[in-house]
Design a protein. Structure first.
Ligand code: CA
Length: 179
């Protein structure tokens, strides 16, 4: 498998270059975009395997970029948040970001989170052609497609994830999570 391509959307040059240097050294392909508008452009042009997204960005805010990407793709997103911006972090996760790191962070920590997310997103990635079934419902994991009686039906990302979880656990007892 070729190494993953990562889009870094970050307007602080020094941090962006530090991330590029370290991620490339780990063998990833890296594209850097310095504002939200270019971040979305690069995302649409390159379809990266993972996005590292600063929330405080010029042009289009990180939260709006996150929302826009999530409307188009299930790509893993790690948001970068400021220490005093708890509300942004929560908003980002609610918009569908998969993970976050709080600035200032260690690059090693970020790299390990990148690896963990890529591992997760590659379970059932193309090549395995994994299809989960439950009655007339088929869920094509690689293509992110739900079919009922063979016909594709539109499914929002959150509901897709929920259905995937349910189908994977089929036959196992679901217990409520303890508070
Ligand atoms: Ca910033």
């Amino acid at each position: 498998m070729t190494e993953a391509r990562i889009l870094v959307v970050e307007d602080e040059d020094s941090l962006a270059e530090t991330l590029r240097y370290n991620l490339e050294r780990e063998g990833f392909g890296v594209t850097v975009a310095a504002d939200g508008r270019r971040g979305l452009e690069r995302f649409r042009a390159e379809r990266p395997d993972l996005v590292v997204l600063d929330l405080m960005l010029p042009e289009i805010s990180g939260l709006d970029v996150c929302r826009a990407i999530r409307g188009e793709s299930e790509v893993p997103i790690i948001i970068l948040t400021a220490k005093d911006a708890e509300a942004d972090k929560v908003a980002g996760l609610e918009l569908g970001a998969d993970d976050y790191v709080t600035k200032p962070f260690s690059v090693r920590e970020l790299v390990s989170r990148v690896r963990a997310l890529l591992r997760r997103s590659r379970i059932g990635s193309p090549g395995e052609e994994e299809v989960l079934r439950g009655g007339p419902v088929e869920l094509d994991v690689a293509r992110h497609e739900v079919r009922v009686g063979g016909e594709p039906v539109g499914f929002p990302p959150k509901e897709f994830e929920l259905l995937e979880t349910l189908l994977r656990r089929k036959g196992r007892l679901l217990t409520p999570r303890r508070p």
